[in-house]
Design a protein around this ligand. Structure first.
Ligand SMILES: NC(=O)c1ccc[n+]([C@@H]2O[C@H](COP(=O)([O-])OP(=O)(O)OC[C@H]3O[C@@H](n4cnc5c(N)ncnc54)[C@H](OP(=O)(O)O)[C@@H]3O)[C@@H](O)[C@H]2O)c1
Length: 184
């Protein structure tokens, strides 16, 4: 298995990799240390990063390149949610959610895509798009943005691939339990 970057993995549904070195991100040293203790393997490389800061994302590329070289899989997992009614949504909360969930996801890929090895894959954590989640209008809109630009990136990758033998657009049913009726 090739190298994995899990960006980030300090959250509850962060992905942990097995079999080869991998890097994972989080914003605080404390949460990274907790994750490192839970992972309990020298294969895991914590990298402090905040996707809302372009300069920090650039530093992420350098650190990942330094520790892993190329990467085989990139999991773009970061996300925040705020349950708000139409009246409660403010410009600040709308921007905060889009900054992390949409803009941060895009620029994480822009930053790390050059490190992807041939045949590598990018996986975005979005949401079950055929369901309506009351109170999550900004969150749902940001996740739809991710779904939209991921198709453009996939089309570009297919276009750029010399041998387009891989498939894209596969949707995995990993949704925190909502699809199975286990969510809130
Ligand atoms: N939980 C659900 O029911 C559910 C359902 C569908 C989809 N999802 C999606 O699954 C993903 C993970 O969710 P979760 O439930 O595991 O949430 P979580 O436990 O709150 O984890 C969120 C992760 O995002 C990171 N993060 C937040 N803001 C960030 C920023 N500015 N820069 C970099 N990293 C940032 C957090 O890292 P630090 O706080 O350590 O920095 C944490 O690792 C999200 O994309 C979420 O939208 C969740």
């Amino acid at each position: 298995m090739s190298h994995v970057v899990d960006a980030p993995a300090t959250g509850g549904s962060g992905v942990s990799a097995a079999g080869d070195r991998f890097a994972y991100t989080g914003r605080s040293d404390r949460r990274l240390a907790e994750a490192q203790a839970a992972l309990g393997t020298p294969l895991a490389h914590p990298v402090r990063s905040d996707v809302t800061d372009a300069g920090v994302i650039d530093a992420l590329r350098d650190q990942v390149a330094d520790r892993l070289g190329s990467i085989g899989h990139l999991f773009v997992n970061q996300g925040i949610a705020e349950f708000q009614t139409l009246e409660e949504v403010r410009e600040e909360s709308w921007d905060r959610i889009f900054d992390v969930n949409a803009k941060g996801a895009f620029f994480t890929v822009q930053c790390l895509a050059p490190l992807l090895s041939e045949g590598g894959a990018i996986v975005f954590t979005t949401v079950s798009n055929d369901q309506i989640f009351p109170g999550l209008s900004a969150y749902s809109a940001a996740k739809e943005a991710v779904a939209a630009f991921s198709k453009v990136l996939a089309a570009a990758a297919l276009y750029l691939a010399v041998e387009a033998t891989f498939t894209t657009g596969v949707e995995l049913t990993v949704d925190g339990g909502f699809g199975q009726g286990l969510g809130a």
